[in-house]
Write a protein that binds this ligand. Sequence first.
Ligand code: GDP
Length: 181
Amino acid sequence: YSAPNRVIKMAVIGASGVGKTALVVRFLTRRFIGDYERNAGNLYSREVQVDGEQVTIQVQDTPGVEMTDNSISIPDHVTCSIQWADAVVLVYSVTDRRSFDLIDQLHQLIVRTGGANMPPIILLANKADLLHLRCVDSQQGPLLAGTLGCSFYEVSASEDYSQVHQAFHRLCCQLAKQPPA
Ligand code: GDP
């Protein structure tokens, strides 16, 4: 008899186009697929070793939050994913100022939704490879993460597997240390 794997559930949230799907695919398959099928909303699953323990990681890729000049629309699916998740990965792109500005509101949504059961959160600044298009400078991410009380990683889904892996992996380790709910 072997006990079923521990399951770790993560939701990936942020504005449209910041690279949420690319990050999930990168983390779980090690590959960056430029023209992968866009299937935001999908649940991805893989078995990994965390501190010597075999765990099943489920990652919920969520449809992006759409922003127009004067409105922000957060799909219901995003709220549901937050309720479902053991941990939340907040993502913005360093090439998209508004995706950065949105983080605070998404964090408030997590606080409202999580209530007393606030999930651990990490903040990812993606597309760090696009130096010439950068419009959120590299001090701002850590500052924001400090205010929100979460860890911060600057990553590139397209150029660098190791940083992406480290960010997600540390979050898994943090969760694996908590007693199962
Ligand atoms: P989502 O809407 O947040 O899921 O974003 P996608 O994962 O679909 O990515 C949006 C676009 O950004 C796609 O064309 C990706 O190839 C591109 N992209 C994602 N991550 C990176 C990155 O780290 N660097 C660069 N240069 N492009 C990226």
